[in-house]
Design a protein around this ligand. Sequence first.
Ligand code: 6PG
Length: 245
Amino acid sequence: MSDTPDIQILPDAATLARIAADAVVRYVQEPIVTHGVATVALAGGSTPRRLYELLARPPHSTRLDFASVRFFFGDERCVPPDDPRSNYRMARETMFVPAGVADANVFRIRGELPPADAAADYERTLRGCGLFSGDWPVFDLLLLGLGDDGHTASLFPGTAAVEVADRWVTASRAPADPRDRVSLTLGALCAARQVIFLVSGRSKAGAVARVLGEPEAGLPAARVRPAAGQVHWLLDADAASQRHR
Ligand code: 6PG
């Protein structure tokens, strides 16, 4: 893996989404050609909405073989799947339904369960889906967002979940509603082949500067350093506005 992350700064959120959609198509193509299937772990929150909407319609939908993609989630809020705060619901509305993704190709985190049960259930799902055979789940593509405190997925600074090292999935606590979450652990995030951080908006500029400028500070997003993968940062100009180099 290259130690220096690939960083692209795009002029605005619309261009960011388009370049991200091009990257998703590019990074799932190779595993589909090589293995017949690509595993993608989706980011939650609001930033990826535009990306998912773009992927679900031409031209990207004509270039992405959705039937050969298996969709997973990097994290989920502990809410029912039809709750407006659900990451699964957001992905379903913006991409799975418009693109006709079969339910069998979507492996959601069952946020309706109590947090520890939901985490254990998802770990069983990952270990049992037949797509991951090693010590960690190796996603062909992992999409991540960045919180203004430097969190990613649902690994929040200073919480125990960041340090969980013996599992693929953990329950976690967020400082804001919904507080109960389920997240891939750092080890699982770091096993991915291609990682794309998608960051937009001035509110993230401080976190971007700290994560990229002071990796030694150990914010969760800065600790996503795949041993055998590549990290790509796709930022809009607002999110990159406090970077000094
Ligand atoms: C979540 C996400 C979380 C998100 C960041 C950024 O469940 O909210 O996984 O890590 O990516 O908080 O969120 P926005 O894109 O909404 O700013």
